[in-house]
Design a protein around this ligand. Structure first.
Ligand SMILES: NC(=O)c1ccc[n+]([C@@H]2O[C@H](COP(=O)([O-])OP(=O)(O)OC[C@H]3O[C@@H](n4cnc5c(N)ncnc54)[C@H](O)[C@@H]3O)[C@@H](O)[C@H]2O)c1
Length: 325
């Protein structure tokens, strides 16, 4: 609509019933577009108004679906003590033809689901096929969306072990998710080490701190594990990184940039990124005994394809509020 912008709040977005399978499919296609050179995804500039906190811009243009936009996202681990979300953000879509703003939408729902969908893409291609036990460290937003996304790509999943140092968060997670997944055996466990024990796929989704927690060591890893850290390198000690056979990432350039900044210091054997994996340019898992780490640094493609699904459905269903520019 000329001179207007569609505003979509979280309740609008939730009302559209977009399923995680749709997001996973759109993101898989997005990774193929990246490998075909059909995207423009520049480096993400950040500002750091407080220690351990950042605001970051994730711009992108996806030529295949002609979608342009930007996410402006913050991560403030210190918000936890204030009862506020750690992550917050907005996404702006622009008309690629004119550059004019098309839609502004709440970004947390998108961040929550696109991150889990990217992990699910990695798990689909890198987990041992028969993986039956999933561990989740961090029973927050990412813990929940990862359970939803990973349960769709791990057909043999039976058991989920969850650790969170906050007993209330753990209790709430178990209560809510037990009803949502009656066929899965959900177990709260008292430590991260207990969660890792005998798991085949592990998600770490705790607050990221500038000084890594380094809770998990080589002795806590199992043969054939797929490690999916969404909280950067917070969880793992040097010995755990060294025990990994290969590393993959949603964005190798960004991973290397982070390494230059002093994160992921012990990551050495980077095989490549998911776009190369999905297009067959690089091989995935070679041996069911290899421990593999697939690192999600966060990629604008995931945000934009999800925002595109939302925008199209909101227009079809007349959801949201049109604002004058
Ligand atoms: N890679 C990405 O693209 C991406 C995207 C979004 C969020 N994140 C990161 O994912 C992490 C989780 O985000 P969220 O939105 O789920 O936050 P959240 O606040 O909803 O949940 C975090 C949970 O971690 C728990 N926790 C604290 N210390 C822990 C520990 N040592 N071990 C296990 N759990 C612990 C907290 O009690 C809380 O329940 C954050 O680090 C966030 O920055 C990454």
């Amino acid at each position: 609509m000329n001179g207007k912008l569609l505003f979509l709040g979280k309740a609008d977005i939730k009302s559209l019933d977009i399923h995680v399978e749709e997001i996973i499919k759109a993101i898989e296609k997005g990774f193929i577009d990246i490998s075909d050179g059909n995207t423009e995804l520049p480096h993400k500039p950040s500002i750091h108004p407080r220690p351990d906190c950042f605001l970051r811009a994730l711009p992108g243009y996806l030529k295949g679906i002609d979608l342009a936009g930007i996410k402006w996202v913050s991560a403030y681990p210190t918000n936890r003590q204030k009862g506020l979300p750690i992550v917050s953000g907005l996404i702006l879509l622009n008309d690629p033809q004119t550059g004019l703003p098309l839609s502004l939408m709440e970004g947390n729902w998108i961040t929550a689901w696109r991150t889990a969908a990217v992990s699910a893409v990695a798990a689909k291609h890198l987990a041992v096929k028969e993986s039956a036990t999933l561990a989740i460290c961090g029973a927050g937003v990412q813990g929940k969306t990862h359970l939803a996304a990973l349960s769709t790509v791990l057909p043999h999943l039976q058991r989920v072990k969850i650790f969170d140092p906050d007993p209330a968060a753990l209790e709430l997670f178990l209560q809510q998710e037990a009803t949502a997944y009656p066929d899965l055996d959900l177990q709260g466990v008292p430590s991260a080490q207990d969660a890792f024990c005998k798991a085949q796929v592990v998600v770490t989704a705790a607050p990221m701190m500038s000084k890594p927690l380094a809770i998990i060591r080589e002795k806590n890893l199992e043969p054939g594990m797929l490690l999916l850290p969404v909280d950067l390198d917070s969880y793992f000690a040097a010995s755990a990184f060294k025990a990994c056979r290969t590393f993959f990432s949603d964005d190798t350039d960004q991973l290397l940039w982070l390494k230059n900044q002093g994160r992921f210091a012990h990551v050495e054997k980077i095989a490549g990124d998911y776009s190369q994996l999905l297009s067959g340019q690089i091989k995935g898992r070679q041996d069911n005994n290899d421990c593999i780490m697939a690192i999600s640094v966060g990629i604008a493609m995931g945000d934009l394809v999800t925002a595109g699904l939302i925008y199209n459905r909101a227009r079809d269903r007349n959801v949201g509020v049109w604002l004058d520019l």
